[in-house]
Write a protein that binds this ligand. Structure first.
Ligand SMILES: [Mg+2]
Ligand SMILES: [Zn+2]
Length: 264
């Protein structure tokens, strides 16, 4: 950018203009399950199964790190038992939002000039679309990064891995650090950089992206959940994360922080 600006006052103005416009933009990165909604969407769908439960053989077929394949088998089971798309949708849209989350997402939606907002989730595109659209929150989010899902011609829900990666810490289908890094690179190419990244999550797979955050960024782990425990373990081991950490138990806590942030 520096070179492009040299010796041309109009271009210089444009460069500074765009710099000024992007100078106060914050990136909010949300996990979905147990963060935006107060449940695991992949567990909630089991309410559609006969007797609202899965046979033991299927339940025990999960192998660590291979969640997407496991959910694929769950969707085959639901399809085999005649569970249709509209029933799944009706069930999924009853999933509760986390306390204070409806207000928080409303607040972010009213301040979109200050906040870019993305989701990085190990759920799937169909569930997240249904839930966000039913509550009219889909416009709050600029992008949703999650496992792509679709209904087949025979009416079965199918799901695929979001991507392939080489991270040893993350499940095979998704490394949220890679998601975040690629998103930031893409934004930078478009001339967008962020004053601060705010990462909001609860799970073990949220640690990898949190460890990528820098000292001006902030991780907001949900109180009492795996991410918080892993972050405090790192601090106890004298290798704390580089970013600031602020624990939340209700999304009201997150909103208070964001209000503070935009007053500065
Ligand atoms: Mg989660
Ligand atoms: Zn990773």
């Amino acid at each position: 950018r520096g070179l492009a600006c040299e010796g041309n006052s109009l271009l210089l103005f444009v460069c500074f203009g765009s710099y000024f416009l992007t100078a106060m933009k914050f990136l909010l990165v949300f996990d979905f399950d147990h963060t935006i909604v107060d449940e695991n969407s992949d567990t909630w769908i089991v309410k559609c199964a006969p007797e609202k439960k899965l046979p033991n053989g299927l339940r025990n077929s999960y192998r660590p790190g291979h969640w997407t394949e496991y959910m694929g088998r769950v969707f085959v089971y639901l399809g085999d038992n005649g569970v249709k798309e509209d029933e799944m949708k009706r069930t999924m849209t009853t999933i509760p939002f986390t306390a204070g989350m409806v207000d928080l997402l409303g607040f972010i939606g009213e301040n979109k000039e200050l906040f870019d907002c993305i989701i990085a989730s190990d759920s799937n595109t169909v569930f997240i679309d249904w839930i966000l659209k039913a509550a009219d929150f889909h416009k709050v989010f600029d992008e949703v990064f999650t496992n792509p899902a679709a209904f087949s011609s025979t009416g079965y829900l199918t799901v695929q891995n979001f991507h392939a990666h080489h991270c040893a810490k993350c499940p095979k289908n998704l490394c949220k650090r890679k998601v975040l890094k690629e998103f930031l690179d893409k934004q930078l190419e478009r001339g967008v950089s962020y004053t601060q990244i705010v990462y909001i999550g609860d799970g073990g797979n949220d640690l990898c992206p949190v460890m990528f955050l820098k000292k001006d960024d902030i991780a907001m782990p949900r109180q009492g959940y795996t991410l918080e425990k892993k972050i405090s373990q790192l601090a106890q081991d004298l290798s704390p994360v580089e970013c600031s950490v602020l624990v939340w138990s209700s999304a009201v806590d997150i909103m208070s922080y964001l209000k503070l942030l935009i007053k500065k």
